[in-house]
Design a protein around this ligand. Structure first.
Ligand code: NOJ
Length: 534
């Protein structure tokens, strides 16, 4: 349970991807009743809060990030009554609950976009989107292909993502008013905050100037330099100040977390100034290779940047847009992050990946600040790296002309029971993406109370983190040599060995947790993190 009113500052927040968490009605698609029924398991895991990816009415061309009605639940996921039950159950369990807000674009099925198409060129309805008589620039969609789409009457509209996700015009007062109202709608239903999708994208450079560098959101951070004309424009901050004023009218505190692929870290920190958002995802941390020096640098720059504006840092290793870290880390350190892996691609070393993933998680949970977990990582779940292409649903797969396999591999329904149909995801065999046959061994029921299981490692780490207030602590680097990262957070030494040779702990160290067994001589083997009382 969060310790203070400023609960987000050290919270461990667990991301639920509703399609793939738990299927209550057996249609192969996860749903809100399925989530509600499983929430007690998350309480047992020891998290503080849950973030739910979108469950709103949507044609699902981008798995719900294409919203047709922001104030209702898609029937695939349940009803508004189910959302109310979920919120109430979370609160009864002492969990906070944040929901996703998708303000950069609507679905092309949204009433506003349908009205814009019907009303025609020059109409006030078109003003809520970004329509032009000709494509005014060369922008590309993040998912591949051009970012401008022509409609029947000849005009073109901007879609930075899929063609079914027209960008809103944030200069329009009705757009601004609408989202203030949507915020209040969900706040009044009791949610504890919002994860803001594409938070750096709402405002575009007024001239809509050409941009020649590749658009790399979701596939790597923007190169340093002036922000591209579609991202990180100054005008976004005024929007978040307005939203913050709304949130501040509620008690207990409600929060916003920015999904903003922005660098350097100083630019990202501007989203978490005291009158803006509370948190921003730390993608530079997620992107850092498994190397002591580079991780140390990104930890330092993250802490310095957020510290300079009085915010705490977040840490994250996996989410629904990136290859799961148990697989990512199974490639040689420094391998570029790929947007998807499939049959015929180089495959990760599963054993090494899991070993490093466990070490990476223990390192992350030892850091001061807030941490985000992605459903299934507590099971050590790898990416589905051999999903047959015929099952792929990520729009990036088609839009990139099959150059990018996309994000389906991290979105496969998770296993709960080894011997049940769909590994307990739902009552039947159906799951909207097929689960690999190797997943029985990762099922929750094979790991609960099993010493050394990844689930028990997470549970112990979360309990120890809470007991020693690591989230609210501070970091002091210990002097180390070579491929070792070591710091003190209060009375706890956190040490990760990135090298090949085992390393010794200080003689007075009392080991509390380690991501793998230590050597007989008490030394820390390669790719292992230790927490020790000192
Ligand atoms: C970021 C979301 O995390 C991703 O899943 C989505 O495709 C894009 N934003 C567009 O909404």
């Amino acid at each position: 349970m969060p310790s203070t009113d400023a609960w987000w500052r050290d919270a461990v927040i667990y991301q639920i991807y509703p399609r793939s968490f738990a299927d209550g009605n057996g249609d192969g698609m996860g749903d809100l009743p399925g989530i509600t029924a499983r929430l007690p398991r998350l309480r047992e895991l020891g998290i503080d809060a849950v973030w739910l990816s979108p469950f709103y009415v949507s044609p699902q061309h981008d798995a719900g990030y294409d919203v047709a009605d922001y104030r209702d639940v898609d029937p695939r996921f349940g009803s508004l009554g189910d959302a109310d039950k979920l919120i109430a159950t979370a609160h009864d369990l002492g969990l906070k609950l944040i929901v996703d807000l998708v303000p950069n674009h609507t679905s092309s099925e949204h009433a506003w976009f349908k009205a814009a198409l019907a009303a025609g060129p020059g109409s006030p309805e078109r003003e809520r989107y970004i329509f032009r008589d000709e494509p005014p620039n060369n922008w590309k969609s993040v998912f591949g292909g051009p970012a401008w789409q022509q409609v029947d009457d000849g005009q073109w509209y901007l879609h930075l993502f899929d063609v079914s996700q027209p960008d809103l015009n944030w200069d329009h007062p009705e757009v601004r008013a609408e989202f203030l109202d949507i915020l209040r709608f969900w706040l009044d239903r009791g949610v504890d905050g919002f994860r803001v999708d594409v938070a750096h994208g709402l405002v575009k450079d007024a001239q809509l100037t050409d941009w020649t560098a590749p658009s790399v959101v979701l596939g790597g951070l923007e190169p340093a330099g002036p922000p591209p004309p579609m991202w990180d424009q100054e005008g976004v901050h005024e929007i978040y100040r307005q939203w913050r004023a709304v949130l501040d009218g509620y008690s207990p505190a409600r929060i916003m977390v920015a999904e903003a692929w922005v660098q350097p870290e100083e630019r990202l920190a501007r989203y978490v100034r005291p009158d803006e958002m509370h948190q921003a995802f730390n993608f530079p941390y997620l992107e850092a290779p498994w190397k002591a020096g580079e991780l140390r640098e990104v930890i330092d720059s993250s802490l310095a940047a957020t510290g300079s504006v009085g915010a705490t840092t977040t840490w994250v290793l996996s989410n629904h847009d990136v290859v799961r870290h148990a697989s990512r880390l199974g490639f040689p350190a420094g391998t570029g992050r790929k947007p998807g892996i499939g049959i015929g691609d180089p495959q990760p070393d599963t054993g090494l990946g899991l070993r490093r993933a466990r070490a990476a998680t223990l390192l992350m949970l030892g850091l001061p600040g807030s941490a985000y977990l992605y459903q299934g990582e507590e099971l050590g779940l790898p990416e589905h790296t051999t999903l047959a292409d015929e099952f792929r649903q990520d729009p990036a797969w088609e839009r990139s002309g099959h150059a990018e396999r996309g994000r389906d591999g991290c979105r496969v329904p998770i296993p709960w029971e080894a011997d049940a149909p769909s590994y307990g995801f739902g009552p039947g065999d159906d799951s909207w993406l097929p689960q690999p046959t190797s997943w029985a061994e990762y099922a929750l029921d094979r790991q609960v109370d099993v010493p050394g299981s990844t689930y028990e490692l997470y549970r112990s780490a979360l309990a120890t983190r809470r007991e020693h207030h690591l989230g609210g602590g501070s970091l002091i680097w210990s002097s180390t040599e070579g491929d070792v990262l070591a710091f003190r957070n209060g009375g706890i030494l956190v040490l990760t060995n990135f090298g090949q040779e085992p390393v010794a702990l200080p003689s007075d160290a009392r080991v509390l947790l380690s991501s793998e067994p230590l050597g007989d001589d008490g030394r820390v083997p390669a790719d292992v993190t230790v927490w020790a009382a000192v």
